[in-house]
Design a protein around this ligand. Structure first.
Ligand SMILES: [Zn+2]
Length: 225
């Protein structure tokens, strides 16, 4: 008898596909991490059987790789949010390319998977950013609404805002470095679930959009392609 080789990274158990045409879906997204409270957030998500998407900064992937490995193992989606968060519309294509590549490599090293989605820092993109995203085969994902968590840093205000802007197939911007966001998450998730929402990944929510590399979603005002 021979033993099967142990894979370097345990695969997440294949969750049943969520069909957002049948289910009232919403995607919570957490930017700039993994932040120092990511472990607590992951515990909460697990407890309430909720999935999320993390748009990671490569520099923090390298300093906190265990969180990234756990995100993937627990069925969350990981996206690319640059290496050090520069404004992509103010730098050369070569620098954008290196910011994206270094983060792809860091996430791959930490978790065994490569991000399929790009969220440019500050949600700012132009035709040059789109061209580089195309080289990496990635669409660019913005958000339908923000939680203003980085601004208010107030648990009640964050919860109120999220419930106010929540909508079917919405993509909500939050941050796992904001302690009040992570502290308020059990209550936010319970309220969303009570309203019938299933918390899913961005890829679940955008499936019907059939986005191509370099395309942006939702399309910002004034965007021409
Ligand atoms: Zn950011």
């Amino acid at each position: 008898m021979t033993l099967a080789p142990v894979p370097a990274f345990a695969q997440a158990p294949k969750a049943a596909e969520v069909d957002c045409e049948q289910v009232k879906c919403i995607a919570l997204t957490f930017d700039d991490g993994p932040g120092k409270y990511a472990g607590t957030l992951l515990d909460t998500l697990k407890k309430y059987d909720a999935k999320a998407t993390f748009f990671l900064e490569g520099q923090y992937v390298n300093s906190r790789p265990a969180f990234v490995k756990r995100m993937v193992a627990e069925g969350h989606e990981v996206g690319n949010h640059s290496y050090k968060h520069p404004d992509f519309t103010k730098i050369d294509a070569g620098v954008i390319r290196s910011e994206i590549k270094k983060t792809q490599d860091a996430v791959k090293k930490a978790s065994g998977v490569e991000p399929k989605l790009l969220r440019p820092p500050y949600g700012l993109a132009d035709i040059q950013v789109s061209d580089v995203a195309t080289e990496f085969g990635m669409p660019m994902i913005l958000w339908t609404a923000g939680s203003h968590d980085w601004d208010t840093k107030n648990e009640e205000a964050i919860k109120k805002k999220v419930l106010e802007v929540a909508e079917r197939d919405g993509i909500i911007l939050m941050h796992d470095w904001v302690k009040q966001t992570v502290d308020g998450m059990p209550s936010i998730i319970k309220s969303l679930q009570a309203k019938g929402y299933r918390l899913v990944t961005v890829s679940d929510v955008i499936k019907r959009q059939n986005l191509q590399p370099g395309q942006i979603f939702p399309v910002p005002e004034g965007w021409e392609k």
